[in-house]
Design a protein around this ligand. Sequence first.
Ligand SMILES: [Zn+2]
Length: 219
Amino acid sequence: MEDTVKIVLLGSPGSGKGTTRDLIAQHYNLKTIIVGDIVKQEIRNESHLGQLMYKYTTEGKLVPDQFIMDLVAAQCSDIKDYNGFIIDSAPLSLEQKQELLKRLDIDVAVYLKISNYDVVRQRTALRLVCPNCKLVSSVVSTPDAICPRCGAHLERRYDDNPQTVETRINRFIRETIPVVNEFKKEGKVVTINAELDKQAVFNEIIKKLDNFFNKSTLK
Ligand SMILES: [Zn+2]
């Protein structure tokens, strides 16, 4: 287990998490754990935990952090054929971080840093996604709104309207930046300038992660 790579990916909306996550997972052969997806999957499976979580969501309540982290930890312990895992969208708060670290260790938090949130406002205003293959594009690069990968009709994300984006940015600053700062104190943050284009972001990540793992865990 010593050589397992354990990464969390943190970044505001519009920081390029989805694209970056897929590139990192592919490059290092990591299992991708997308928190929203595994919660939905568990509810669909109608497991005991899934039924509990469904009850919370139908009552308009937040699913307690310990339930979500139980699910995340279960996914992380089942990584056969992979070199490790990358968790997208957790921990989003100090409470979630505490719950997560009760269950497993994390080597490194990759932080997709945005210094000027106007970049995010602009990206999300232009963003299009493919409902079929999940490709992320923009009205600039695909003005015909046809997915270049699978031919489906691209759509706006429901939570990309300006008001929701502001709420999501504010929540990130208030609740998730403290998580980044704590990981920083523990010497576990790799900060990436997420305002660059995606190839530059990816190159920077690979360089810094290779460096990080050479220095710390892969002795
Ligand atoms: Zn597509």
